[in-house]
Design a protein around this ligand. Structure first.
Ligand SMILES: Cc1ncc(COP(=O)(O)O)c(C=O)c1O
Length: 397
């Protein structure tokens, strides 16, 4: 019998040709290859807190496993966690949230996936930030929606230009995506910007997906959500979760907050996709929300120290110009003064200076001229990376 030595390419669905990805993972693979070849690499490409999950949360999960939380649960999440999220998220935003408006998912990402699947038909317009989290554009394209980008400008401290977003709204707009604090820029949408947007969007037949996954990592002022504004709560899907706030990226635990009729549909998508979120991680989520919050405060204060060191250091590198991000754990320096394209510079820093960072274009065409460095690494490593980048720049720029 002949043994096939090569397989012909599988015939994939049409949507697959439009599906994007997160190139952060590709940079990590390349960095790991260099490490395997014996090089020391400093990882500033990472998009997750470098802190361990707090012991009381880990203990709650271990206890839950021993107590038998090892079975399927309701698709929308355990009632006690939905109630804890409703209470916590509502109190932090000053709005009343009912547990029926909460859907628990494995990470915050599925909320994005499910919302777009639930709301967007071919040709529907979705307004989204560019530079922005790459999965927005990927998912819009995948379902055949029409992706309409809006900019985030350094001169405006990477706040949104409400007028630009409003100018993009047409009769075909079904969804507007906001992300504050923003990945990759660290920009935070001002309350005035939200108010201006809310005024216009409240009267429209559309939804807002408000990605607030970094809402507890803000360095100046308080977090505000567009859902707080009159007429917007019933039009907003809030995406948030445990990954960044409680350093729980690998646990896969997040949630969406939306009107109950939409929550039912999103839970139905979850039934089809994953059945439910792991039960013992949800018990740990209750411990996270109801327990001591000092782990979040300590992490934020450590990030604040590192942010200052990284920004000051990058501003000393010839050709770099870096603002203080207002939230999240990344900086987004302008590198146009180097005369190099973002991707060329990111590759050179990895291959020649042993510092892994992301090209701004990993976040869409609007990221050209910028790099993203994460400060989810120790002060010691950040200082070393600055030293290596500085030495490389002196030799090469
Ligand atoms: C802006 C933004 N939204 C959503 C997510 C997804 O978070 P999770 O790990 O909870 O799925 C991320 C993760 O990097 C993010 O940066």
């Amino acid at each position: 019998m002949a043994i096939a030595t090569s397989l012909s390419k599988p015939r994939l669905s049409e949507g697959m040709s439009r599906l994007g990805t997160e190139s952060a993972f590709e940079v990590l693979v390349r960095a790991r290859e260099l490490e395997a070849a014996g090089r020391e690499i400093i990882h500033l490409e990472i998009g997750e807190p470098d802190f361990p999950t707090a012991p009381h949360i880990v203990e709650a999960a271990a206890e839950a496993l021993r107590a038998g939380w090892t079975h399927y649960g309701p698709p929308a999440g355990l009632p006690e966690l939905r109630a804890a999220v409703a209470e916590d998220a509502g109190r932090r935003r000053g709005i009343a949230i009912d547990p029926s408006e909460v859907v628990i998912t494995p990470g915050g990402k599925p909320i994005l996936f499910f919302t777009i699947l639930a709301l967007i038909d071919r040709g529907d317009e979705v307004i989204y930030p560019n530079p922005g989290f790459p999965i927005y554009e990927s998912m819009i394209d995948f379902v055949g929606g029409h992706a309409v980008p809006y900019g985030l400008r350094e001169q405006q401290d990477f706040d949104v230009d409400a007028g630009e977003i409003i100018g993009h709204v047409t009769g075909r707009t079904r969804l507007v995506i906001l992300n504050s604090p923003n990945n990759p820029t660290g920009g935070v949408i001002s309350t005035e910007g939200l108010a201006r947007l809310a005024k216009v969007l409240a009267g429209r037949e559309l939804f807002v997906l408000s990605d607030e996954i970094y809402s507890r990592l803000i360095y100046e002022g308080e977090h505000a959500s567009i859902a707080q504004f009159p007429g917007l709560k019933e039009r907003t899907i809030i995406l948030d979760g445990f990954s960044k706030t409680y350093a729980m990226t690998g646990w896969r635990l997040g949630y969406g907050i939306m009107r109950p009729d939409l929550a039912e549909k999103v839970a139905q998508l979850q039934t089809n996709a994953t059945s439910c979120t792991a039960s013992f991680t949800q018990i740990a989520g209750i411990a996270a929300l109801r327990g001591d919050q000092s782990c979040v405060d300590q992490m934020r204060e450590e990030f604040r120290r590192r942010r200052r060191v990284l920004v000051e250091g990058l501003n000393r590198v010839p050709g770099f110009r870096c603002r203080q991000p207002r939230g999240g754990f990344c900086v987004f320096p302008n590198i146009t003064g180097t005369g190099l394209k973002s991707k060329t510079l990111a590759d050179a820093l990895l291959n020649e200076a042993s510092v892994a960072a992301l090209s701004g274009t990993a976040f869409g065409a609007g990221g050209e001229g910028y790099l993203r460095f994460s400060f989810a690494n120790s002060l010691e490593n950040i200082e070393k990376a600055l030293d290596w980048v500085g030495t490389w720049a002196q030799k090469n720029l």
